[in-house]
Design a protein around this ligand. Structure first.
Ligand SMILES: [Zn+2]
Length: 46
């Protein structure tokens, strides 16, 4: 793994895999959805 969030980073192994068709787009979009949900929870934690 490349150790980034795989969302905004340009040099991302996940994005590269997505471009090469190694990862399904639906899977990546699902990851973003989960990430956003977690981020939202973190922001409302305190
Ligand atoms: Zn990444």
């Amino acid at each position: 793994m490349c150790g980034c969030t795989h969302i905004k980073e340009e040099n991302c192994g996940i994005k590269k895999a997505l471009e090469e068709g190694k990862i399904k787009e639906t899977r990546y979009l699902n990851y973003i959805k989960i990430y956003e949900d977690l981020k939202d929870k973190e922001e409302h934690k305190w």
